[in-house]
Design a protein around this ligand. Structure first.
Ligand code: SAM
Length: 277
């Protein structure tokens, strides 16, 4: 869809959208880069997309140009007129909600399953990710395409024996595939943040049977809470955990960073199984 739109710098200047640090505002203005991000979830023609924090609307317009119908939640009221203007260029395809994404019952906004695509405000990125990963499965969303600080992106996609491997990797991978889709240099943002960024793509897969999210969360929190210690030490305060490790055949002298996502899931399943308490 090719529609003539004013350059983003002009939109920002005209609406006085100087970036607010408190709101995690680092804007992306390069249309080619934004178009590449909008391609990561796949064909968006007539697809529903949910975007957190559209700001001046750079990613939003790339998503609309890819043919998506976009629902965007923005907390900064100064951005709403710029987004309203963008909506007028794509009649009936952009719904803008002024509000806090953390306060919103997002799933209720959609009839179908949206792709979630967002250059997230860094201060709430991990909280939103964990919330989306803890949904009833298969979840109400089709895929997640999310910008994180590179260090957080590494923690989401890490494998065993990697320093970045921990609770976030297990929660992101036990019933999803998670991959680092695109590194993004700090200089691509206005203003540039101190660190590098990366876009992560997460697609849900079938959940292993009998594994309870809350149990897995408690198990990984305990195991990685003392990641340099042996499991028999780090999980001993968690009822049923040591017996479950034994039932699954995991040596309790191992450390958490050597335990695969599948092994954590199997242990969590054994913890909730009636025979073990
Ligand atoms: N999407 C734009 C882009 O790529 O240039 C802006 C991304 S900027 C990193 C994050 C955006 O999230 C800002 O526009 C900010 O105002 C908004 N934001 C911050 N906290 C929010 C919240 N709790 N709910 C909704 N939006 C929020």
């Amino acid at each position: 869809m090719s529609i003539d739109l004013p350059p983003l710098r002009e939109v920002i200047a005209r609406h006085g959208l100087n970036a607010s640090k408190a709101l995690g505002q680092n804007f992306l203005l390069d249309q080619q880069l934004l178009a590449r991000i909008a391609r990561i979830p796949g064909d968006l023609h007539d697809a529903e997309v949910f975007e957190v924090g559209p700001g001046p609307g750079g990613l939003t317009r790339a998503l609309l140009q890819a043919g998506a119908r976009v629902t965007a939640v923005e907390r900064d009221r100064r951005c709403i007129p710029a987004l309203t203007e963008l909506g007028e260029a794509f009649p009936g395809r952009l719904r803008v909600i002024e509000g806090d994404a953390l306060e919103l019952d997002t799933a209720a906004l959609f009839e179908g399953k949206p792709h979630i695509v967002s250059n997230l405000p860094y201060n709430i990125g991990t909280a939103l990710l964990v919330r989306w990963l803890s949904a009833d499965w298969l979840p109400w969303w089709q895929s997640l395409t999310l910008m994180f600080q590179k260090e957080v992106a590494d923690r989401i996609v890490a494998g065993t024996n990697d320093d970045a491997y921990g609770r976030l990797a297990v929660l992101a991978q036990w019933r999803s595939s998670a991959r680092l889709a695109m590194p993004v240099h700090r200089s691509a943002f206005t203003p540039p943040p101190k660190v590098m960024s990366a876009v992560v793509h997460i697609a849900p897969t079938a959940a292993p049977e009998g594994v309870d999210f809350a149990t897995l969360e408690r198990l990984t929190a305990a195991a990685f809470g003392q990641r340099r210690k042996m499991l028999r030490q780090s999980v001993k305060g968690l009822p049923g955990a040591l017996a479950a490790l034994e039932a699954v055949g995991i040596d309790a002298t191992r450390r958490a960073e050597t335990v695969s996502v599948a092994e954590f899931a199997a242990t969590a399943r054994a913890m909730t199984a009636p025979a073990i308490g």
